[in-house]
Design a protein. Structure first.
Length: 601
């Protein structure tokens, strides 16, 4: 085309012509295409947010289920269930002579001493360690109660229950009105807690989990409650009773109430098969769970197993972009919803159209001004940038972008290329940062539980012979500091303890925080008690030194338990339980000491 025209005239002419055509075409079709583009983008973004919330939910419930099974298999829960069941039979020791009390008298006795006479206010009854009634039950309660309230302090559970085979709630952490009652014929035999207990005892199978969907639970001040339970077996496989937990509504709301990327009108929430909400709404003050009904088209489709995005009316009668997906949890189906008002999505369209038209005019004017000069020196920098883009396409971020500074389209292309490279570098840095955050504790910077388990898996995959020792360390006296001085002081104390633990081990050793005030230490290439004890003694001496917290001297201790691979077992789960059992033995036998698992066998 125009073969006889000089390139210094031809190229500017062609560029100007196409720029004007492009600007005109853009102005005509911008409105129609902008709507489609923004709607597609909104649907894609909304569905991505829905996928993110679903993934977080799956991780949340998977973690809860793993924790429940882990605790049910722990020596702590098995011993506690035995001890509480045994002392339950003796209640009340000094109230009815030598004859065992009836179930109703046991209920009245324990509720009197742990609820009615409990000096702590409603909602804080769990702070009582010992009712001081002289009973063997209260002695057992003082021994185990701190360990079980630690489960609640970890944040996933609202309450924990130990239930014997006869349906008696022989222990609960919160001490609400269902404590010490019978779930078979007692006042709360029709609750969700009774439901999961009856399922667990009907045909007890080790590690099986049973779930009760949210319903009004009168003992919890008529709040919605959901329960998960599992049978507890001893080492010989004999059924001991049931370990049950009441889920934390606040923790579930934390998972769902992520407003990043949701704008002013967006929210994510859960709906059950009765069309009532299973999480609290962002737009309602007070409680929404089991209060707000959302029988919308999107919810109905999700409950039948569909997933997708549509435009429909929401539970507030607003026209919204609605992303929906089913979520199944232990035989129950919920719908996960992510929605944002359509008006908010389409708000930028008119501004975008004006911007596109203005951009077209500016581009056409710029080409008209610099077209002649561009034709004489365009090919060389374009060729150079083409080679650079090929290298960047191969993820070669070390390539040097060297294009002479200029203010025309070639210069703009060079700047865009530099921004593309910077974006690629930022994306790689972000990926590494997100990976670090996913595997480290946000407070102390130590590796978290996921990192520790992955690290242990990596050790076992090595071809050479593997030996190592794992230690569980739980702080003694931390709860008192946290209660007396506040969580901020507790956080500062945890940071200082983490630094001291790191200073007590070698560079090849791993120190991780797995929850609350519990830490894990992995000693590669250590399999002898003497070597492990040497490290543990250093940790004991270091941790017990005074701390300066808010200009006050604070003293705490640490109880440490250890087990070695493969000396004690070649199964990781069993090794973790062995170290955990050794640590709890250290706490029960004096605290601030080290126990090696071999001495427990």
């Amino acid at each position: 085309m125009l073969k006889d025209m000089r390139i210094t005239h031809k190229l500017p002419l062609i560029m100007i012509a196409f720029a004007l055509i492009s600007a005109l075409t853009t102005g005509v079709v911008a409105y129609y295409h902008a709507v489609d583009a923004i709607e597609d983008q909104a649907e894609s973004k909304l569905y991505s947010l829905l996928e993110s919330r679903t993934s977080s939910l799956e991780h949340y419930f998977d973690s809860i289920q793993r924790d429940i099974v882990y605790h049910a298999h722990s020596h702590l829960v098995q011993r506690a269930l035995r001890d509480f069941s045994r002392t339950w039979k003796l209640l009340p020791e000094n109230a009815v002579g030598n004859k065992p009390a009836t179930q109703s008298k046991k209920t009245a006795y324990l509720q009197k001493h742990y609820i009615t006479l409990n000096p702590f206010p409603l909602g804080h009854k769990a702070s009582l360690l010992n009712a001081k009634d002289g009973s063997l039950y209260s002695k057992m309660h003082e021994e185990y109660h701190v360990d079980f309230t630690a489960f609640i302090d970890a944040g996933s559970f609202y309450d924990v229950f130990l239930i014997n085979k006869q349906g008696d709630i022989v222990y609960s952490a919160k001490k609400e009105n269902d404590f010490a009652t019978n779930l078979i014929d007692g006042s709360w035999s029709q609750t969700g807690l009774a439901d999961v207990f009856n399922k667990a005892v009907k045909k007890p199978v080790d590690s099986d989990l049973y779930f009760s969907d949210f319903s009004i639970h009168t003992p919890s001040n008529d709040a919605p409650a959901s329960f998960i339970a599992t049978p507890v077996m001893d080492e010989q496989g004999h059924f001991l009773g049931v370990f049950a937990v009441q889920l934390s509504i606040d923790k579930l709301d934390q998972v769902m109430h992520v407003t990043a990327g949701m704008g002013k009108t967006g929210e994510t929430y859960l709906v059950g098969d009765d069309y009532l909400m299973r999480s609290n709404s962002r737009f309602y003050n007070g409680r929404s769970i089991l209060q707000i009904k959302a029988d919308t088209e999107s919810v109905k489709r999700a409950l039948t197993g569909e997933e997708g995005v549509n435009v429909s009316m929401d539970y507030r009668d607003h026209l919204v972009f609605s992303a929906f997906k089913p979520f199944d949890i232990l035989g129950h189906r919920w719908s996960v919803m992510a929605e944002i008002d359509k008006d908010e999505v389409l708000e930028p369209i008119y501004a975008l159209n004006r911007l596109l038209l203005l951009a077209g005019v500016v581009i056409a004017a710029a080409i008209a001004l610099i077209g002649y000069l561009l034709s004489s020196d365009l090919s060389a920098p374009i060729k150079s940038m083409t080679e650079t883009m090929k290298k960047l396409a191969k993820n070669d971020l070390s390539v040097n972008i060297s294009v002479e500074k200029r203010k025309d389209e070639v210069g703009s292309m060079a700047l865009a290329l530099i921004e593309f490279k910077n974006f690629a570098m930022e994306r790689e840095a972000l990926r590494k940062h997100l990976n670090y955050m996913a595997n480290h504790d946000t407070l102390t910077g130590l590796p978290n539980r996921e990192f520790v388990m992955s690290y242990l898996g990596g050790i076992l995959q090595k071809e050479e012979e593997t030996i190592f020792t794992i230690m569980f360390a739980d702080l003694d006296g931390f709860k008192g500091v946290n209660d007396d001085m506040g969580h901020q002081a507790g956080d500062e104390l945890l940071k200082q303890v983490s630094e001291r633990l790191l200073g007590s081990v070698g560079e090849a050793d791993v120190v991780g925080r797995i929850g609350g005030d519990e830490f894990v230490v992995i000693l590669p290439s250590v399999a002898k008690e003497g070597d492990a004890r040497e490290v543990a003694l250093k940790m004991l001496e270091t941790v017990k030194l005074p701390y300066q917290i808010e200009e006050k001297d604070v003293n705490i201790g640490v109880s440490i338990g250890a087990a070695s691979y493969p000396a004690h077992t070649n199964n990781i789960d069993e090794l973790l339980r062995a170290a955990d059992a050794a640590m709890y033995h250290a706490k029960r036998t004096g605290k601030n000491r080290f126990v090696y698992h071999a001495h427990l066998v």
